[in-house]
Design a protein around this ligand. Structure first.
Ligand SMILES: Cc1cc2nc3c(=O)[nH]c(=O)nc-3n(C[C@H](O)[C@H](O)[C@H](O)COP(=O)(O)O)c2cc1C
Length: 450
């Protein structure tokens, strides 16, 4: 099956696979929508389509990429070989296909912009400063090179044409803005909501500064990304997206933004951030808005897969890699290897810790342990890890450097949870003949009515 090239095609695929749950009753955009999403994430963890949301002109989809397998299906990637395949495709970028008539511009609003009447006012957590856009892919062109960057940035809706955007250097968008600011010029940006899956991934990935992330998106989906000229800024935007908000980030203007409940499950405090002035809002007539919960399963897929790919690039020189997971949080990873010597586990651990600044805890497990299953990983630590020789501390080296929590992220640790080569036979896992063929619905009697 070819890759899905639009957000709505992905939703249609999920619907067909019976992975999309519809919510028909009216839901409130302030807290209720996110509370339902959070409850589903803690339970069956399915994608959701809210049909009627108070104050929203359109339906809202959430928790869409809530499993890594959904991203694999969306991009037509073989799940077990997802990481090497992504590395391969990153190198084969595709040119853009520019169209003049785009679904995302079926409805165009310019002049007298009132963001609050066009965009749902979704409020996430108890102490949040107000409504936020949390699933916006921001597209910008470097003021000197013209290269496109795509990144995810949370945006606080203030009112009218006024929003506040979190976009600090060293993030590339922050660097683009700094280049514009040096000339005292505003930076044109377009916020894409309901973006093609390949663009959602390239926006979350640390692609080299010199590379164009729209071309990388084409490489990942295996076809040219369809783009259209934006209405009020000199930028190309994905033609098949659901919504685009066009505007400028102002030079030398900062305002307090936040607090906001963010991806470590705490709040990031109120702090000065940049200001965006909106010049146009375009969308499909029957658009579907997208909402992501920071730190939820969809955020974990989007942040986790690029991290796993970065780690894969570094560790595959040292051992045959079965797979890499980020089951706890993206400040660590689990690497499953086919080990030929005890040294390999140590080399993989050190390479993984060096693969990304955020990597704080790395666990290496054998190939018979699923690196995506936290229960399996803990089992491996409890049964196969030797604390006396299998813990590697790198003191002092920092990982997550946000100033308010920097001191909690000092030092890195690697845990070797592979079985020693000399005891491989003892650690062979048990097998249960016939188990895979058993259908419990056939074997077990139906539950008796109470
Ligand atoms: C849903 C989501 C929201 C994010 N929000 C922010 C944000 O508000 N600010 C930020 O600096 N990074 C945020 N990120 C992380 C960046 O998108 C990510 O670091 C990306 O690689 C930046 O890319 P760039 O430096 O190539 O532009 C977010 C990621 C996701 C998946």
């Amino acid at each position: 099956m070819p890759a899905q090239t639009s957000f709505r095609d992905l939703l249609a695929l999920l619907d067909q696979q019976r992975q999309l749950r519809h919510v028909s009753r009216r839901v409130d955009a302030r807290h209720e929508l996110v509370a339902i999403m959070r409850k589903v994430q803690k339970g069956p963890n399915q994608s959701l389509l809210f049909r009627t949301v108070t104050g929203s002109p359109t339906p809202i989809a959430t928790n869409v990429l809530c499993r890594r397998s959904i991203l694999a299906d969306a991009l037509d990637l073989p799940l077990p070989a997802m990481l090497p395949e992504l590395v391969k495709r990153e190198a084969s970028t595709r040119p853009l296909e520019t169209v003049s008539d785009a679904p995302v511009q079926e409805r165009v609003v310019t002049g007298n912009i009132s963001v609050e009447s066009e965009i749902p006012q979704v409020v996430h957590c108890a102490e949040d400063a107000g409504p936020y856009i949390t699933a916006g892919v921001v597209i910008a062109r470097h003021p000197e090179t013209g290269i496109h960057n795509a990144s995810w940035n949370r945006i606080q809706i203030v009112g009218g044409d006024h929003m506040r955007i979190r976009m600090m250097a060293p993030q590339h968008l922050g660097q683009y803005h700094a280049a514009a600011e040096r000339k005292n010029e505003p930076l044109p940006i377009a916020v894409v909501i309901g973006a093609p899956p390949s663009l959602m991934l390239s926006a979350a990935s640390k692609i080299p500064f010199e590379a164009d992330e729209l071309l990388t998106a084409g490489g990942w989906q295996g076809s040219n990304l369809r783009v259209v000229q934006a209405k009020t800024v000199r930028l190309l935007v994905p033609a098949d997206a659901e919504y685009v908000i066009e505007g400028h980030v102002l030079p030398n203007v900062m305002e307090d933004e936040g607090p906001f409940g963010e991806f470590t499950d705490g709040y990031v405090a109120r702090a000065p951030n940049n200001v965006m002035r909106v010049t146009a809002i375009t969308r499909r007539n029957d658009a579907i808005y997208h909402v992501i919960l920071a730190g939820g399963p969809e955020d974990s897929t989007l942040l986790g897969v690029p991290l796993q790919t970065e780690v894969y690039k570094r560790v595959s020189a040292f051992a045959k890699i079965r797979d890499i997971g980020t089951p706890g949080h993206i400040f660590g990873c689990v690497v499953s290897i086919e080990k030929n010597s005890d040294d390999q586990a140590r080399a993989v651990m050190l390479a993984a810790l060096a693969a990304h600044p955020w990597m704080k805890v790395v666990v290496v497990v054998d190939a018979d342990v699923d690196p995506h299953d936290p229960q399996e990983v803990l089992w491996a630590i409890h049964t196969r890890h030797t604390p006396e020789t299998g813990v590697y501390m790198i003191p002092r080296l920092g990982s997550f450097q946000r100033t308010d929590v920097r001191d909690a992220h000092r030092g890195k640790v690697g845990i070797d949870a592979t079985a020693p080569m000399s005891m491989r036979d003892v650690f062979r896992r048990r097998a249960f003949p016939g188990m895979d063929e058993i259908d419990l619905d056939v074997v077990l009697d139906p539950l008796r009515p109470r």
